[in-house]
Design a protein around this ligand. Structure first.
Ligand SMILES: Nc1ncnc2c1ncn2[C@@H]1O[C@H](COP(=O)(O)OP(=O)(O)OP(=O)(O)O)[C@@H](O)[C@H]1O
Ligand SMILES: [Mg+2]
Length: 399
């Protein structure tokens, strides 16, 4: 057991991972059966961690399956995508750099690639090729996984994180058509495409006029439920010689709105403050500390909002149910109901709020708390010492 029992800010290892049994089983079943899968959830709910565990278990249970992970978050062009895809696939089937070089020669013979080593030759080797060269022969890379899989009599799972990034490439529709036309002919390769921009991903995968329409099974990742978090937190405390009762562990999940990253962060800060037995004061002051650390960032985000955006956030946080009623429009100076629709769309696109059809929710529970408590001052903060609030918070709260 590690000295600090909670982890956040990186993909979780098996030991730090809780629940998601149903999702793991579903992914494993799809991987083994060759069903393409699209996984969507807001940021930091646990997509990458889930994929990692499901992939590890799949490989253990199916020795003929290789998994390749590619993150296209920072990719800005088709060229970068091709290079990332080829490198990801070659790395997935090569355990040593010599193998990587051999595979490059064998499977990408139609291109003239250069292979670059990291200085120590141990940590990394990568393949590069010019854009013009790729344009002459894109099939070499687009069909690379299938070619390798059939030659080696294996199956491959290609997992692509932040898949919506390709909508920002030049001529995204044409590119998506090209990808789909190749990938739909692959019989030994299964694709798992995932990301956090729900609206962009939905447009890619569930709009009948888009090339990736009905490409695979669409899964919306849910939050981990409170009971799971409670037993996870209680066990982590007791394994390290501390105690937290059920109600307090539940309070951590509640204050973090069951958001995976924040539950772990709040649990960790609470654990630090707990000598032997946790009490509510530890949890509340841990939340203040996290809020305080983020306040400058929150202030910067909030300063960019227009008066109407702020008005709408204010109305939502005040519990107004009829956002387009005359009294709400008037009270929060929202103008017309058409404004509300437009402003709401903008806030959803910038991932501040989410509209699940039934309700509007805030994607970041600590930001929501900061807005309510320090910006709109709708709630008293739980700490008596107002001096705890850092100057940035004060500045914005006084606006
Ligand atoms: N099943 C889990 N059990 C415990 N903690 C989890 C679990 N899944 C995620 N977490 C926590 O949430 C954090 C974020 O997880 P992860 O990076 O997998 O999310 P993500 O959805 O891929 O995020 P991003 O959108 O930023 O890529 C992890 O560092 C960990 O603290
Ligand atoms: Mg991730």
């Amino acid at each position: 057991m590690k000295t600090v029992p909670f982890t956040y800010g990186r993909v979780t290892e098996r030991d730090d991972f809780t629940n998601r049994a149903a999702e793991i089983a579903l992914l494993k079943r799809n991987f083994a059966a060759g069903v393409n899968t699209i996984l969507i959830s807001p940021r930091r709910w646990g997509k990458s961690s889930l994929l990692k565990i499901a992939a590890e278990e799949t490989v253990l249970e199916n020795p003929d399956i290789r998994i390749c992970h590619i993150d296209i978050f920072n990719m800005r062009s088709e060229h970068e995508f091709y290079l990332g895809l080829a490198n990801g696939i070659l790395n997935a089937i090569s355990s040593k750099w010599e193998e990587f070089v051999q595979h490059t020669k064998l499977f990408l013979s139609g291109l003239i690639p250069n292979v670059t080593f990291s200085p120590d030759k141990q940590t990394g080797v990568s393949f590069g090729v010019g854009w013009e060269e790729i344009q002459r022969n894109p099939d070499e890379i687009l069909d690379l996984a299938e070619k390798i899989a059939s030659r080696k009599k294996i199956k491959m799972i290609v997992c692509i994180d932040e898949f919506q990034s390709l909508t920002s490439f030049k001529e995204p529709l044409l590119f998506q058509k090209k990808l789909r036309s190749h990938w739909q002919n692959h019989s030994r390769v299964t694709y798992c495409l995932y990301g956090s921009k729900r609206h962009m991903l939905l447009d890619v995968f569930s709009n009948p006029s888009m090339p990736f329409y009905k490409f695979g099974e669409l899964i919306y990742l849910k939050k981990i439920n409170t009971e799971e978090w409670v037993s996870f937190i209680q066990k982590r405390f007791s394994d390290t010689g501390k105690q937290i009762n059920e109600s307090d562990a539940g309070l951590i999940a509640l204050l973090a709105d069951n958001h995976s990253y924040y539950v772990q962060q709040l649990a960790q800060q609470t654990w630090f403050r707990t000598k032997r037995v946790c009490n509510k004061t530890c949890i509340v002051s841990a939340r203040e500390e996290i809020t305080d650390q983020l306040s400058l960032l929150f202030a910067t985000i909030t300063e960019r909002f227009s008066a109407k955006q702020l008005g709408l956030l204010h109305a939502i946080l005040s519990g107004e149910e009829q956002l387009t009623s005359q009294s709400t429009l008037h009270k929060y100076r929202l103008g017309t109901s058409a404004n509300v629709v437009r402003v709401k769309r903008g806030l959803i696109e910038s991932e501040i709020i989410d509209d699940t059809g039934q309700e509007l929710s805030f994607l970041d529970p600590i930001y929501k708390y900061w807005l309510e408590t320090y910006f709109f001052k709708l709630k008293a903060n739980n700490q008596t010492a107002e001096s705890n609030i850092n100057p940035a918070k004060k500045l914005i709260a006084d606006r």
